[in-house]
Design a protein around this ligand. Structure first.
Ligand SMILES: CC(C)(COP(=O)(O)OP(=O)(O)OC[C@H]1O[C@@H](n2cnc3c(N)ncnc32)[C@H](O)[C@@H]1OP(=O)(O)O)[C@@H](O)C(=O)NCCC(=O)NCCS
Length: 229
């Protein structure tokens, strides 16, 4: 953390913030693929296709090739599903970060973690977090878009970012903070538990594709201690 400082978002951070958000999700593509392969109906479909190809062609090689093709198609489909989720976030608050978080007088704010770099090198944004009033739970504030560049993880960057966001919300009168995460984000869930958040709700994301693969979302809550409020 020596050279990394937390500062408020500026308009020139726009692209790197969106890139960090996208990268944080894209890295979960393999986990999502593995999760999809654990679904019984997916396994049965793959098995039925393998056997069907074997019976129709009479060739083990052909049935193996069809199995590989089917697995590749499944991997492609899970990638597209993940990309759909990413695009959703990019079109929401991250479409116009300034308007969503930095409008004066609005109870919202966005921070980045910036590495000032070695002498003579440019500074670089390596982490993000935003906080704003929660739409789904009036009275609570929501932490969003927590992401840290891979090579800066495990050094307390996310803890520092979340500390800035929680402090800001507490000074604004927040008593409760919430955040949403998913079954793909085990590392983030461990972070939230370390920060004092507790899991308060668990549900399958309400879309057909999410229901088919049982894509589970978790809501975490945090009560602001009176000394911080
Ligand atoms: C989750 C994430 C933000 C953590 O960032 P980080 O900078 O590595 O986290 P920190 O170093 O600040 O860790 C803070 C605490 O969380 C714990 N923690 C963080 N990642 C952890 C992991 N993978 N395993 C175990 N504990 C972890 C640390 O042990 C630390 O606890 P401590 O300070 O009491 O020792 C980062 O892994 C990330 O960007 N992941 C991909 C994007 C993502 O999933 N974002 C969440 C969207 S909901």
């Amino acid at each position: 953390m020596e050279r990394v400082r937390i500062r408020e978002y500026r308009s020139e951070d726009y692209h790197v913030v969106r890139e960090l958000y996208t990268a944080g999700f894209t890295e979960k593509a393999n986990s999502l693929f593995v999760h999809v392969l654990t679904r019984t109906w997916v396994r049965l479909t793959l098995l039925a296709s393998l056997l069907g190809a074997l019976v129709l062609s009479g060739s083990v090689l052909t049935s193996l090739v069809s199995a590989v093709l089917l697995l590749s198609a499944t991997r492609l489909a899970t990638g597209l599903l993940l990309d759909g989720g990413i695009q959703l976030g990019l079109r929401e608050d991250l479409q116009d970060i300034g308007a969503s978080y930095m409008t004066p007088g609005r109870l919202a704010r966005f921070w980045v973690a910036e590495d000032s770099g070695a002498p003579g090198t440019a500074s670089v944004v390596v982490g993000t977090v935003g906080v704003l009033p929660c739409v789904t739970q009036p009275g609570a504030w929501e932490l969003k878009r927590i992401s840290v560049r891979r090579d800066y993880r495990g050094r307390g960057v996310a803890r520092a970012l979340c500390g800035a966001a929680v402090g800001f919300a507490a000074r604004g009168g927040a008593r409760r903070l919430v955040l949403y995460t998913s079954m793909l984000q085990g590392d983030a869930q461990r972070l939230y538990l370390r920060l004092g958040f507790r899991k308060v709700e668990e549900f399958v994301w309400p879309s057909l594709a999410a229901r088919l693969i049982h894509f589970t979302v978790f809501k975490y809550g945090y009560e602001v201690p009176p000394r911080d409020a």
